[in-house]
Each structure stands twice: as C-alpha cells, then as structure tokens.
Design a protein around this ligand. Structure first.
Ligand code: ME8
Length: 516
C-alpha cells in the first residue's frame, strides 16, 4: 500500500434475507470513512458485498423451498439496491459465488497448505448455524429449554465429520505479538481486550472444511470437501483486489487500512484472518474495527410506518442525508445505539434544519437581497470573524484525528460545533442592523458567514454528500474546489462573483398528521 492508498471494507452480508437497518448502518459509516479520505486526497478503494455460502443460506433456501442460488441472487440484488439507495460510494460489490472468488479462495488455501498449516482429521463438536461458528464445549451452555446455546445466544448443534484443520494453535504467540506490537490493530479498546483474553486462554486448531453438503468453494485436490464458509468469506477482501494476481493494478491497495465490521464478528477478523494471512505470507490489514449494534427502541416509528422499519422505508420517510446524519451523529461509533422516530426527528430538525439550514438560508438570502446576489466584499476581519474562521479550520484537524480512529460522531461534533458557534456569531453581529449603520461591515459579516458555510459544506461531504453538494452549489464552487485542502483559505469566495438564488437545503420534518 502506498501512503496515498486507502482500502476500506464493510463485512459482506449473508443474503439469507433482505438487508436490515444494521446492515445499512455499517454501510453508511464505512461510506463516510471512505469519502472522508477521498476528500482528503487519498486514492480510495471501498468494498462491500454478499457472503453467499454456508449452512445458514442452505437452510433458509430449504425452508423457502427454493434453490439456494436463487435465494442468493434475489437478496444480493436487494443489498445492491440498498447500497445505491444509501448513496454508498463503493468501488466494487463482491459476491462470493463469483468465479474470481473461487480462484482467490483456492489460492489462499493452497498457500496455507504449502506452509504446512492444513491437515486432515475428524471434527466432533458444536456448531452454530446462525453464527456459522464452531464453539468449544466450555463456551456453550445447556439451558432449561433443553437447547444448548453458544456465547452469542444462538443454538448450537453437534457436528461430527471428516474435516481439514488449520493449525490455529501454532499462531497463538504470533497473534499476541501482533496485538502487542500493533496496539491499534483492534478497535475499540473493549473489543481488543476481549480478543487478547480469548487468545491468551489458548487456541485450538480450526475445522475449515465440511463434507455433508456441497454449497461452498471446493477444497483444491479434495472436492468431497467444501471450505468452511468463513475461510472463503474473509478471503473476499483479497479477491476484490485481484488476488492471487499480484500484478493486478488493484493489488497496490493491499493491505487494507481498515475492516469495518460489527462487534459479533470480531473474533473471525482479529484472530482467524491475521492467522490465515500470516500462514499464506500476505501482509496484514492495519485495523479491524467492531462497531456496536443498533436496536429499535421498540415504540412505533410513526403512525403511517408501523413498527418494522427497513432501510428503504426509512430513507424514503426521513430523507437520505437525514438518516445518514442521524446514525453517524447520534450513535458513538463503536457503542450500541438505539433509534426511534422521536430521536431521528429531534436530531435532524435541530442540527440540519434549524442550525445549518437556517443559517445558510438566512445569510444567503440577505446576500441575494442586499448584495445584488454576488459574493460580498470582505473588509478587514474583526476578531470575531477570525475566531469563527479559525474554529472551522480547527474542526478539520479534529475531524482528521477522529476519523483516523473511526470516532465518526466526534468528527461530526466538531463540525457542528462550528455551525452552533456560527449561529451565535450571526445573531451577535446583527448584519440586518448593520445594513443602515455600517453597510461595509455588514458585507464583511455576510462574507464571513458565507465562508463558514463553504468550510462546513466541504467538511460535511463525507457524511451528508447530497446536501453538502447543494450547499457548495449555492456558493458556486467548482468540483475541484471541494477538497479538504481548500478548507483553510481566504481566497475561495471572491467579491463580486455571482451566486445562484438561495434555495433551502434541509427540509424540516413535519409529522404527517400535522402536515395534512
Ligand atoms: O456476519 N446492528 O453477515 P451478517 C449493527 N457474512 N450491525 C449489525 C446488526 C445490527 N443490529 N446486525 C448485523 C455476517 N450487523 C458475515 C460477515 S465478513 C467476511 C462476513 C452487522 O449479514 C454485523 O455485525 O450477519 C456484520 O458486520 C454485518 O452487519 C453483516 O452481518
């Protein structure tokens, strides 16, 4: 990876059902992280997709009475549709049933085998279909209902069959050295501690193939076996860059800067994945970040919507950037979060419609009316003007630091801190009063406010791309004037340049019953 390359991925989702809000959340957050680096001048490759093998897919297809391929096809389309409905800027969408992925999975298998890490044996133990995970007996618990459950609360079943194993036990020390030597490898800190404790308690070799069904990638040289779904699933991150063809021009993006996943699958990404890569002689990713889970607070989202909210309905109802903003600002990334109709409306009306929307609308309307619709003249900047402009420049530095550790909510807090302060600035300077007493000063205040909107607009692009673009359009900024390198300059808004008529960017959410 060159310094200017940035490869980021979401987990690939099981298409055993339609995408839900947890999938949408992960995609929105990863999209914001990807767009942020693009605005910051990096070459970004952003990957998402679907994980189509495994027992869970087979069982769902059986229950629905359709071929598993058809189930995968149908729901993979829904996941693609969701990516476009959420305005995700992914550069590729991978499906693990693709030819290129079979090639990559068989190549990494062969590399691990060549390193002496794969052997044949017999597996007898517990398996959770819902988690697609093997668990040690000590991790399971037989409950009063007579069912045995794994550590994530999903039922486990007894599996006994011939199987290939990966020598995971041989990697215990190297993994611990990795967590020690690269303390940022796993985030947030709670997830890191869980992984370190788990690895310290001892690793057993991992069963990596199945023989009782054929829905999977065939094991090279022994086609009675298909690979354990997680072996091929994790490999998707390599497939998309052309692995095993290291001359593929996309391969320069490896190693990934960050894998963004949910907290339930940290074990696979922070233990199995680096061990597979070490075995195959491939560089390790920079970071694995496990975000929290989202829960509906349980009450009705709205009268017209009922209880079950899918991402499509949510976006249609509240607006795309409103949904993106809500999740990114409201839920500290890395912690669990809940959502409700009330919380979405409060947060987006307060921050987007009132704070940012009104500021833009009021100041740009004043410019249209009092400055003949052109950029006003910037006179000498007073202390107050300089302070608010400096705060916007500082917000970029804070956002950079926050986004480097996936603290997306903190980046937004810094940016919207500028918006809140700019509202106080605007109210305090009273440009409407200056109109009569000191028109030149009025122009400077309006220039400064427009300049703040420009800076905030640029900074908002990763999070609310469509609305941010509209704000920047209102300032007649060209496509090449929207990068982060353009934030801290006084030369962007030139006095006398014409501005388009101001249009509102952030509609206020009005309850349907009040609107009627
Ligand atoms: O785990 N809130 O697929 P998946 C937040 N195929 N995130 C959630 C969530 C919720 N309520 N529910 C799920 C898989 N997620 C595997 C991944 S990667 C090589 C293979 C997150 O469809 C979950 O944590 O069950 C995961 O990161 C992603 O959605 C896909 O979950």
């Amino acid at each position: 990876m060159s310094r200017d390359n940035f490869y980021i991925t979401t987990a690939i989702s099981y298409p055993n059902g339609k995408p839900h809000i947890g999938h949408a959340y992960e995609l929105i957050a990863t999209d914001a992280l990807a767009r942020f680096q693009r605005c910051d001048g990096k070459q970004v490759f952003f990957l998402t997709g679907t994980d189509e093998h495994g027992v869970k897919m087979l069982q769902t297809a059986r229950n629905e009475g359709i071929p598993v391929r058809e189930l995968a096809e149908r729901n993979a389309d829904e996941f693609r549709r969701m990516a476009s409905a959420l305005n995700a800027s992914n550069d590729d969408f991978i499906r693990t049933t693709e030819e290129r992925h079979y090639k990559a999975s068989q190549a990494i298998w062969k590399a691990m085998a060549a390193n002496g890490d794969i052997y044949k044996g017999g597996y007898a133990g517990w398996y959770s279909v819902r988690d697609e995970a093997y668990y040690g007996e000590e991790e399971t618990e037989l409950r009063d209902d007579g069912v045995r459950y794994g550590p994530q609360g999903t039922p486990v079943e007894w599996v006994e069959e011939e199987s290939y194993f990966f020598r995971l036990s041989a990697y215990q020390d190297r993994l611990l050295a990795l967590y020690e030597g690269q303390p940022d490898f796993i985030g947030p800190a709670e997830r890191r501690n869980e992984v370190v404790n788990f690895v310290r308690s001892g690793l057993k070799d991992l069963s990596i193939s199945r023989t009782t069904f054929d829905w999977g990638v065939p094991v090279p040289g022994d086609e009675k076996h298909v690979m354990y779904v997680w072996v091929d699933a994790l490999t998707n991150y390599l497939t998309a860059l052309g692995y095993p063809d290291e001359n593929d021009e996309k391969w320069q993006f490896w190693p990934a800067a960050a894998h963004i996943i949910g907290k339930d699958i940290v074990r696979f990404h922070a233990i199995y994945w680096p061990a597979f890569l070490m075995s195959a002689g491939i560089e390790l990713p920079g970071r694995v970040f496990g975000h929290g889970f989202l829960f509906n607070r349980g009450e009705k989202m709205s009268k017209s919507l009922g209880n079950v909210i899918d991402p499509f309905t949510m976006v249609e109802h509240y607006g795309l950037d409103q949904v993106r903003y809500f999740f990114l600002r409201e839920v500290p990334f890395g912690q669990d979060g809940s959502y409700s109709h009330e919380a979405i409306v409060n947060r987006t009306n307060a921050d987007l419609a009132n704070d940012l929307g009104n500021l833009a609308q009021r100041s740009l309307s004043m410019i249209a009316k009092n400055c003949a619709g052109v950029v006003p003249v910037r006179g000498e900047l007073a202390k107050a003007d300089q302070a608010i402009l400096a705060q916007a420049a500082d917000a970029l530095a804070m956002a950079r630091k926050a986004m480097a550790e996936q603290a997306i909510h903190q980046a937004l807090a810094a940016i919207f801190g500028v918006v809140a302060e700019a509202n106080r600035y605007f109210a305090g300077q009273e440009p409407w009063a200056l109109k009569k007493t000191d028109p030149a000063r009025m122009e400077t205040v309006l220039w400064t406010t427009a300049e703040i909107i420009r800076r905030v607009g640029i900074l908002c692009q990763p999070f609310i791309p469509v609305s941010a673009a509209k704000l920047l359009d209102l300032l007649a900024l060209g496509e090449d004037e929207r990068g982060f390198d353009r934030v801290d300059t006084l030369d962007a808004l030139v006095a006398g340049s014409p501005l388009p008529p101001p249009l509102p960017v952030f509609p206020r959410y009005v309850e349907p019953e009040q609107a009627a």
